[in-house]
Ligand binder design. Structure first.
Ligand SMILES: C[S@@+](CC[C@H](N)C(=O)[O-])C[C@H]1O[C@@H](n2cnc3c(N)ncnc32)[C@H](O)[C@@H]1O
Length: 395
């Protein structure tokens, strides 16, 4: 995307955003200063807005300051995630400045950026590796906080890295940028005091642990089958790592192994329907209770949660499924009390959901921060609940 030839700075809007972030969750002074030094507008000169076109087709509409400066400024200085790149292999032009396709990069909502940077517990002099350079906005904030010479950032997409390099240079920052699969870390810059990922991983890469000094921290979105969230792990001297889900929660696009290949989950064919019965757990219980979803993610690590939608994109049911093709589905928004569950294959799948629901209620409904992850030096991952130190083998 070419930056529009329009003044990009709006100090008032920038200060407004910083005040809004601070009012919502007090920002430590050093981060307040960094957010004030870095105009998000430089990193997001344009974005793709999701919507339906006149034929009802779901499209990405390119928006920038030439289109509507006021709208652009409003978007850039709001606490919204803005999609900034579409995968060229899937993007198809379907109208004037309109594309279909898969989003491949975004500028994360500033509130989530601020929450994660605060969770990172950075200190001056720390050396940090960021996975997922994207627009370079977070890289610029890290550079403002630490000095660019202590900031390393890597993205799988070479085009994004080059654009980010140019924008960072506009602010006088020259952090070390690299292109590659960030799940391998960036050994040349290590050992790091902190590793922060703004794409999700399904396991904590061993390379991150090896490249972080003992006592250093790794902050990432950990995508488990049912749900996931942001975990902060401290690296142990023996090469393991331990930590928990942070109060700041958010989800990120998955790490991919090259710039144009998207992770696809292999799924077995669904087993035939075998029954319907009443259940104690409703779709609303699952949708509304993040702590429960994290408990389930650790208790049923092989299971996946999918959302079924109607043609207008409204949710109709949620379904758990597991690698043998067994599934169990319950409707969203039902007036049936108790609700029903319909299942195929192993009927024990939903029984395990119900058993976990009973345990989670007995435990006093712990929130997501009551759960943690431990990685042994051999890579074995365990989940645990801090309220009673209960441990699950996760894989
Ligand atoms: C949510 S965006 C990052 C937002 C960015 N931190 C910012 O401030 O604009 C996620 C990024 O992760 C990158 N990514 C995906 N898989 C990756 C991988 N294996 N290694 C490094 N970067 C990856 C994507 O290209 C995308 O730019």
């Amino acid at each position: 995307m070419t930056p529009p030839d329009i003044p990009l700075h709006s100090a008032d809007r920038l200060h407004g955003l910083v005040d809004e972030l601070h009012a919502r969750q007090p920002l430590p002074a050093e981060w307040r200063n960094a957010f004030t030094e870095v105009p998000r507008a430089i990193f997001v000169p344009a974005w793709y807005e999701h919507g339906l076109d006149e034929r009802g087709i779901s499209v990405w509409q390119l928006r920038d300051a030439t289109d509507d400066r006021e709208r652009w400024l409003q978007a850039v200085y709001s606490d919204e995630t803005l999609v900034t790149a579409l995968d060229p292999a899937t993007a198809e032009k379907v109208g004037d400045r309109a594309w279909t396709g898969v989003a491949s990069s975004s500028s994360t909502a500033p509130g989530l950026v601020a929450g994660m940077l605060t969770e990172l517990q950075l200190e001056s002099g720390h050396r940090v590796l960021e996975i997922g350079t994207g627009t370079g906005y977070n890289t610029a904030l890290l550079s403002a906080r630490l000095g660019p010479q202590l900031v390393y950032s890597i993205d799988i997409d070479p085009g994004l890295v080059e654009t980010a390099r140019t924008r960072l240079a506009e602010l006088g920052y020259a952090p070390l940028l690299a292109v590659g699969d960030g799940r391998n870390g960036h050994p040349a810059g290590g050992p790091y005091d902190r590793v922060i990922a703004t794409c999700s991983v399904t396991r904590i890469p061993e390379a991150w642990i090896r490249q972080t000094r003992p006592g250093g921290m790794i902050l990432t979105d950990l995508a488990l089958g049912i749900d996931g969230g942001i975990v902060r792990l401290v690296v142990d001297p023996d090469g393991g790592a331990t930590g928990g889900f942070t109060a700041t929660s958010g989800r990120f696009m998955p790490a991919r192994s090259d710039a144009t290949t998207y992770p696809v989950r292999e799924r077995a064919a669904y087993r035939p329907e075998s029954g319907t019965r009443r259940t104690a757990v409703s779709a609303a219980d699952i949708q509304e209770q993040y702590g429960f979803r994290i408990a389930l993610s650790l208790a049923l690590p092989e299971a996946e949660l999918v959302h079924h939608l109607d043609d207008a994109g409204g949710p109709t049911s949620i379904q758990f499924q597991q690698p043998d093709g067994s599934w169990a589905r319950t409707p969203v928004g039902t007036t049936d009390h108790p609700p029903t569950v319909t299942y195929g294959g192993d009927g024990a799948l939903w029984e395990r959901v119900e058993a976990e629901w009973a345990r989670w209620n007995e435990q006093g409904r712990p929130g997501h921060t009551a759960y943690g992850i431990a990685l042994d030096p051999d890579g074995t991952m365990r989940g645990w609940r801090t309220t009673d130190n209960y441990v699950w083998p996760v894989g």
